[in-house]
Design a protein around this ligand. Structure first.
Ligand code: CUA
Length: 403
């Protein structure tokens, strides 16, 4: 960390201490003068008015000139502090902050998404703040930043975490019944630990995206997922497999790693897998780097026997469900998920009250059409959440399993 680099905390605190210092001096000075005057000019001591001078140039000039400098200094310090807050240092790590009813999410340049803001200590972090619904305000008291999240525009803030630790972050703009649930943390990690977190193997979510891409681009028409032989080599167990390829007419054996898979997608004829016809078209320009990474992650997950896609518990956090539904029976904006399965629920359907048993069907309907059966006593605020069939199944499984 550059020791001369100022942080937003220092910038704001300097101004605050200056204003506070002036205020203390004023308060003490004015109060002491008043008390002194009360004593000195007490009527018992001075029963009759005394003659006083009509002008006192020195006194009048000093009470004009000195305060002028004091307030000009206030302005100057305030302006300096303000420009420090607005001017993002060069080389800042940019993180997209999204406010939704009622949780925050953070997206990093490499596509990583998290619900806590992880940052490296000492490095400037630029926040691009947006809102997907109503006004929110991203507030981190420790770094003296508070910036509105406004639908339809991007606002900015920046900060630098001086030392490792966990700092509270809040929503500071009333945004509905779940407003008080919009709490998260800024996790400041030493540079090395942050790098490790940042470069972590891509998430299961990326793998799920990769699976969709393969289906969408019909890759699985020629490459089977189950090991059966089709036009091209199967994807089953491909990651790390030894492959015999023909490169410029010469046979050689390569390991199917990330590089190899990427090359096979972009330049399918460069290393032709032995025994297969050279019929694959190039996908150069059809996939972004991120999409290729997602495909690689899917093939890696598939080879390692991991499930692509987030678990129900991860989805509950990522999709914002846990912003309103607790899993431990405590109070929330919506009904708790603890022991939901089998619970008798009183709902209002088309204005009529009725009692239902919360089974799989009921939970599914509540997710897809949250307002069809409105649970009695709760506000009608739940949004319909777009989920794939696999995600929906995983989420329902998770909810039903909560005891
Ligand atoms: Cu978001 Cu208050």
């Amino acid at each position: 960390m550059n020791p001369s680099a100022i942080s937003t905390t220092e910038a704001v605190d300097t101004v605050f201490l200056y204003l506070f210092g002036i205020s203390v001096v004023m308060l003490v000075g004015i109060t002491a003068t008043m008390i002194w005057f009360v004593v000195k000019y007490n009527r018992k001591r001075h029963p009759l008015p005394e003659a006083t001078p009509r002008y006192h140039i020195l006194l009048e000039s000093s009470w004009t000139i000195i305060p002028t400098f004091i307030v000009l200094a206030m302005f100057w310090y305030g302006w300096e502090g303000y420009t420090t807050l607005r001017d993002v240092p060069a080389g800042a790590l940019e993180v997209k902050v999204t406010g939704r009813m009622w949780f925050w999410s953070f997206e990093y340049p490499n596509g990583k998404i998290s619900d806590e803001l992880f940052v490296p200590v000492g490095r400037a972090i630029k926040l691009d703040i947006i809102s997907e619904d109503v006004l929110h305000s991203f507030y981190v008291p420790a770094f003296r930043i508070k910036r509105d999240a406004v639908p339809g525009m991007t606002t900015h803030a920046w900060f630098r975490a001086p030392e490792p630790g966990s700092y509270n972050a809040f929503c500071a703009e009333y945004c509905g019944v779940g407003h008080s649930h919009m709490i998260t943390t800024v996790e400041a990690l030493p540079e090395g630990e942050f790098e490790e977190w940042y470069r972590q193997e891509a998430t299961a979510e990326e793998a799920a995206e990769g699976e969709k891409l393969l289906a969408k681009h019909l890759c699985i028409g020629c490459h089977s997922l189950d090991g059966s032989k089709t036009v091209g080599p199967t994807f089953k167990g491909i990651f790390g497999r030894q492959v015999t390829v023909v490169t410029d007419g010469q046979e050689r054996t390569v390991t199917a790693d990330e590089e190899y898979i990427k090359r096979s997608i972009l330049q399918p004829q460069a290393d032709l897998v032995k025994g297969y016809p050279p019929v694959m078209p190039t996908f150069e320009g059809k996939f972004t780097d991120r999409e290729i990474k997602e495909i690689v992650e899917f093939l890696r997950a598939k080879t390692e026997g991991k499930k692509a896609g987030l678990s129900g518990a991860e989805l509950a956090v990522r999709k914002g469900c846990t912003g309103c539904h607790t899993t431990d029976g405590s109070y929330g904006v919506g009904p708790t998920w603890k022991e939901l399965s089998g619970r008798q629920v009183t709902v209002v359907t088309d204005g009529r009250e009725r009692t239902l048993t919360a089974d799989e069907e009921y939970i599914k309907r509540s997710i897809l059409q949250p307002h069809a059966d409105q649970v009695k006593g709760y506000p009608s605020v739940m949004p319909a959440t777009p989920l794939t069939d696999a995600e929906l199944a995983a989420l329902i499984d998770y909810i039903m399993g909560l005891r």
